[in-house]
Design a protein around this ligand. Sequence first.
Ligand code: SF4
Length: 248
Amino acid sequence: MINVRDDIFGHLDRIHKLDQEARKDKPVNSWYASSFDTCLCGRYLHRIGTKRDSEFTPRLLTVFDVGKKEEKWLIDTYKEIIEHEPGKYQLEEQVRIDNKKYNVHGFIDLIITEKDGTKTALEIKSKHSRSFWYLTRQGAQLGHKLQLWWYLQETGIEKGLIVYLSKDDREILQFEVLRNDKELKKQALNEVKILNYCLKYKIPPPPAEKGTWQEKNCGYHQQCKKLQKEQKILTQEQIKQIINNKLK
Ligand code: SF4
């Protein structure tokens, strides 16, 4: 008898391994815009090619895969909208962003241009319903806002929307992000300045605070412990100087 669970998990595991194999000897050359607000030290370890403590489980790979397909569903539905109402919008999907100065890359899920030329950049995220309804009270996640702000400043688009899809009950929620948001600008630039300094001088950034979600979701606990024992970590004074452009 067909075992659907084994078929699906096995397939995703195979695809993941092939993908890893293809990337094996390729260094990570830039920071991911999708990683803003995660642990700086974790991003540093990833960038220098450190192996995670353990592989992603087949269940987690399934979560990633379904998430991607959910996001694609929203884009495909926009394509159907313009089939029914030609000329209503123009769509650009998966627009690559590469910032050479700060070494950050990413992909904008969708840019929608209205008839009057107004552009809106969309960052689409899927969530399970508990986390989705929590966001209705708390607002968009900071990392998502920073990611979208980065795309806005790269493209010059004034306004973007973070769109959350609820996986289990099919609701949709959106939060606006503006290119002129000074707080997002400050945090995004500070993060990349610190990361680039650490990479240049091979100094690990400061660790995430204990008990935070960043620490709980981290895949580098063992490697990180080793690194922090062996090397000096960036001090708060150095961080201040990097942020104020006094250390380059
Ligand atoms: S163990 Fe903590 S400090 Fe180290 S990479 Fe993970 S979250 Fe960051």
